[in-house]
Structures are given as structure tokens and as C-alpha cells.
Write a protein that binds this ligand. Structure first.
Ligand code: ADP
Length: 249
């Protein structure tokens, strides 16, 4: 459903993505993981068409990005970023309504109420401004906004970044239930291996310096690391993985 072939993206002399080939199947959850600066967000933004690669091609449902009507394509994507990306001068409800307005899609209060329920968001919060919400609540609003047009593909860039551990654990739990229930194609960026193993246990993609070092289920990365970097990356985070997904195979 999502295909990248030979994607290279440079910023001056720095290569952010280096000949990346990638296929992502429909209705699967994939976690992009790796050290800060390895190209995770750039990869996500290339898929979304926000960044034009220097070379290589992106296809969605077998069609090259260029052949898509950009607006039609954007409707198929839900996108949420670490800070939530909410407009401060709009209430939570108005933020959620924005994609529907941009695409001239009628949106009734029932749909918002359903999504609030699905994401365990208190509907009373809908009429507050972002500054009147906690970090966790802002993330839930951003998630509802990403889901409001019922996109096929959900792209989440560090969706739980910058949250305190307990709020983060709650949201991790809810996100996993949501992915199971909605059966969408999800690609999420995280630097936290435990989160990747919990949310995308069957498909983790480890990047280093713009290249895919290893891709596979979490158990495979742990038991058959492709190289010493994978081993080091996993060992450095193993305590947290054990706490969230268990230490055993
Ligand atoms: P990650 O999400 O893995 O932390 P990014 O994809 O954000 O990494 O960035 C990959 C590399 O590209 C980093 O070295 C970053 O500094 C660089 N980079 C990203 N965006 C820009 C930009 N707009 N201009 C210059 N360099 C950039």
C-alpha cells in the first residue's frame, strides 16, 4: 500500500535518507525507530508528501505520488506530531473540525462524540483551548483530529513524546487498543524501543544514519540482530522493554 523505492534526501552535505526501499502493507502497524537524527521524521514526511526526496519514488496504493490529487491524498492520511500541533486560538472542537472544513466534509457532533469515546477523551474538554488542557489531553485531541476524516493511513510522529511516564503508559495502552480496533495502516515514529515493541510488535524498522539497518518483529531484532549496532541499541533500552512488554521471547 505504501511503497518507497531508492529514497534519498539530503540537506546540504548531510544525507538524511540514503537509498531507502520500503513496503508497508495495508492494515499493519509499523514503528520507525532509531537514534535522534537518523531520519525517522524525514521518512514519515516523505511518505506524506511534505518533503520532496532528491531521488527515488513514493507510491500509495500502487500509484506514484505525482499521479494523485494532493487533496484526495491528504484525506487518506491522518497525521499527528509530537507536540500535538494544535492551533492555540481554536478550541479542541474547532481544531478537530479543521480537516473536515478544509475538505468540505460535513461533520456532525455525533462523529466527534464517537471519536472522543474511542480515544477516551472527556467530551467536556472539547470546548477548552489547548492551553487549558494537559499534555495528555492535547495528545488525545490531536489523535481525534487525525482520525476525524477516517483516513486509511495514520502517520504518527512521536505521538507520545514529552509526556510524563504515567500519562504515557495510559496513552500507549489506549493507542494499542485503538490500532487493534480500527485496523488501519499505521506508521509511527518513536525513539523508544519499548514503545515500538508494544505498539508494533510485528514490524519494527530500525534506522541508522538514514539507512534501514534491520526490519522485523521485535523478537527477531532481539534474537537475530543484523549487526553490532542493533545489539547495542537493544541492550541500551532493554530494561524499559522488559517493563512494558516482558523480558521473555
Ligand atoms: P529523527 O526524526 O530520526 O530524529 P530527522 O528525520 O528529523 O531525524 O532528521 C534527520 C537528519 O536530517 C538530522 O540530522 C537533521 O538534523 C537533518 N534535518 C532534518 N530536517 C532538516 C532541515 N529542514 N534542514 C536541515 N537539516 C535537516
Amino acid at each position: 500500500m505504501i511503497g518507497l523505492a531508492g529514497i534519498t534526501k539530503r540537506y546540504g552535505a548531510h544525507t538524511a535518507l540514503d537509498r531507502v526501499d520500503l513496503d508497508i502493507q495495508p492494515a499493519t502497524t509499523t514503528a520507525l525507530i532509531g537514534p535522534s537524527g537518523c531520519g525517522k521524521s524525514t521518512l514519515l514526511r516523505v511518505i506524506l508528501g511534505l518533503i520532496e526526496p532528491d531521488s527515488g519514488s513514493v507510491s500509495i496504493e500502487g500509484r506514484g505520488l505525482a499521479s494523485w490529487d494532493r487533496r484526495e491524498l491528504r484525506r487518506r492520511f491522518g497525521y499527528a506530531i509530537q507536540s500535538g500541533g494544535l492551533f492555540p486560538h481554536l478550541t479542541a472542537r474547532q481544531n478537530i473540525e479543521l480537516p473536515a472544513m478544509a475538505h468540505h466534509v460535513p461533520l456532525d457532533a455525533r462523529r466527534i462524540a464517537q471519536l472522543a469515546e474511542l480515544t477516551h477523551m472527556d467530551p467536556e474538554l472539547l470546548d477548552r483551548f489547548p492551553a487549558e488542557l494537559s499534555g495528555g489531553q492535547r495528545h488525545r485531541v490531536a489523535l481525534v483530529r487525525a482520525l476525524v476524516l477516517d483516513p486509511d493511513i495514520l502517520l504518527l510522529d512521536e505521538p507520545l513524546g514529552a509526556l510524563d511516564p504515567m500519562v504515557r503508559a495510559d496513552l500507549q495502552h489506549d493507542l494499542r487498543a485503538l490500532f487493534d480496533e480500527l485496523n488501519k495502516t499505521v506508521v509511527l515514529v518513536t525513539h523508544d524501543l519499548a514503545e515500538a515493541a508494544y505498539l508494533a510488535p510485528r514490524d519494527i524498522l530500525l534506522l541508522r544514519e538514514g539507512r534501514i539497518v534491520q526490519r522485523g518483529p521485535f523478537a527477531e531484532l532481539r534474537e537475530r540482530p543484523a549487526d553490532a549496532f542493533v545489539t547495542r541499541f537493544i541492550e541500551a533500552q532493554t530494561g524499559r522493554v522488559a517493563a512494558l512488554v516482558g523480558a521473555g521471547p
